[in-house]
Design a protein around this ligand. Structure first.
Ligand code: KIV
Ligand code: ZN
Length: 498
């Protein structure tokens, strides 16, 4: 019989720490429900003491999700643990994830402390968390660079204090695969009572070794892996869930099983990418646009004769629909509903009606509507809840003339209009917008994503706007790049905290 490996998804916590990828509570609930469908065992839903938004999301996710354990992150600080326990009050299964840095550099520079004091703080935190919940996970931050002998002492002490899971993060993504595997083996062999807890991996991808390190952890005895969808996360990201799930599915000899329904991987990946406005690199393993696309003649020839010649996985196993139909203006509501479903978006009739209406207008401008376009339209639908909406935009521009823009905004149901000239169409449009919204805001960064498929393709704009000492990230997508820019600016404004 194969061993069970538990999947701990931290897309909504470590994944969400990526600048510009912050989600609102409605979006987090949508992803949490999809993770439940995917079959993850634990959802790390946030760091509740860090913000009221995180706290509230954990409350709402706990209500919305039934099967997976909901986990809340804390530092080894009583206040954090109190808040985490409160945020988990509606969770059917709950876990507090507490911990502290254990490497010499964390002990010295971050805590100005000693090894012995760190063990005492760790034990105190676990015991304190145990007052609230049975299931307490302890993380030894920067375990990747922590001396193994000392790490074993910390882990032994927290298991004695009641930790049910011990997390060994390679926080900086520094370890080599053999080194990380040996660390897990060392703990398996040297920690008294290790059989009472589960060892968890948590690997970062700074040197591109997160998946290899996680796998080495599993091969050496870890039975929980901490992962994110599409490998998103701080800096170079975390281990990607889809890579670990498919490695274990393809390599039956490893003899470890997960509860992941791999056919839900593709829709989940698309949903996360679209809600977080984070494109997936085309050559990303498992979920990239090119992951199953054979372009060389030799490969195509082989695959047509027998897919196994060049394919180690069946695309259907990851939920990739080979017969993906490209929608056109003649496609009906049923076809649109099906493509939304394939991309992880479920709609009721009312929402479908709204998206279908936008789809028809869009399909008029662009002959073939792709999955990316559909996700963009579905994303735009959620914009309905925002206070500021773009009503209309008209721009006159060209060589040898000054650009002029007139803009109409709907702010909480009230209509406003303004016009301005500017140094180019985007400048004119944003100046007109700023005449309506007269706040002290500064555009810090403005990126237009390359249009790759044709002149009728959608342009995507990412923006950073500074307001009141904070920087806000916004996104817009439209076949008209000036409209996309204004929408990105409005997206920032809608996120302003007063
Ligand atoms: O990378 C890390 O060390 C973490 C911990 C907070 C678990 O994310
Ligand atoms: Zn991390």
């Amino acid at each position: 019989m194969s061993d069970r490996l538990y999947i701990f998804d931290t897309t909504l916590r470590d994944g969400e720490q990526v600048p510009g990828c912050q989600l609102n509570t409605v979006e987090k609930i949508q992803i949490a429900k999809q993770l439940e469908q995917l079959g993850v065992d634990v959802i790390e839903a946030g760091f509740p003491v860090s913000s009221p938004g995180d706290f509230n999301s954990i409350i709402e996710i706990s209500k919305a999700v039934t099967w997976p354990t909901i986990c809340a992150l804390t530092r080894a600080v009583e206040k954090d643990i109190d808040v985490a326990a409160e945020s988990l009050k509606y969770a059917k299964r709950k876990r507090i994830h507490t911990g502290i840095g254990t490497s010499d550099s964390h002990i010295k520079y971050k805590f100005n402390s000693t090894r012995e004091e760190i063990i005492e703080t760790a034990v105190r935190a676990v015991k304190y968390a145990k007052r609230y919940v049975e299931d307490v996970e302890f993380y030894a931050e920067d375990a990747g660079r922590t001396d193994n002998e000392y790490l074993a002492r910390v882990i032994e002490a927290v298991i004695k204090a009641g930790a049910t899971v011990v997390n060994i993060p390679d926080t900086t993504g520094y370890c080599l695969p053999e080194e990380y595997g040996a660390k897990i083996r060392y703990l398996m062999e040297h920690v008294d009572g290790i059989e009472k807890a589960q060892i968890s991996t948590h690997c970062h991808n700074d040197l591109g070794m997160a998946t290899a390190n996680t796998l080495q952890g599993v091969l050496n005895g870890a039975r929980q892996v901490e992962v994110t969808i599409n490998g998103i996360g701080e800096r170079a990201g975390n281990t990607s869930l889809e890579e670990i799930a498919m490695i274990l599915k393809c390599h039956k000899g490893i003899n470890v099983e997960t509860n992941i329904n791999t056919t839900k991987i593709y829709p989940t990946s698309r949903m996360v990418s679209s809600l977080m406005n984070m494109p997936i690199q085309p050559n990303k393993a498992i979920v990239g646009r090119n992951a199953f696309a054979h372009s060389s003649g030799i490969h195509q020839n082989g695959v047509l004769k027998n897919a196994q010649t060049y394919e180690i996985m069946d695309p259907k196993d990851v939920g990739l629909d080979e017969n993906a139909i490209v929608l056109t203006a003649r496609s009906g509501r049923a076809a649109l509903k099906y493509r939304l479903h394939v991309n992880g978006i479920e709609t009721d009739e009312e929402k479908l009606d709204r998206i279908y209406e936008q789809f028809l207008q869009f399909a008029d401008k662009k002959k073939e509507v792709t999955d990316d376009d559909i996700l963009m339209l579905a994303g735009a639908d959620t914009a309905d809840i925002h206070a500021v909406k773009l009503d209309y935009l008209q721009v006159t521009t060209g060589k040898g003339v000054k650009s002029v823009a007139s803009i109409g905004l709907d702010i909480s149901g009230q209509k406003f209009e303004e016009a301005s000239s500017g140094n180019g169409p985007v400048d004119a449009a944003i100046k007109a917008l700023k005449r309506i919204i007269s706040k002290q805001m500064t555009l810090k960064e403005f990126t237009i994503q390359a249009i790759s498929k044709g002149s009728d393709d959608v342009g995507k704009v990412h923006m950073q706007v500074e307001y009141g000492g904070s920087v806000y990230y916004g996104f817009g997508a439209n076949t008209d790049i000036v409209t996309a820019s204004v929408e990105a600016y409005i997206d920032c404004i809608n996120k302003f905290r007063e």
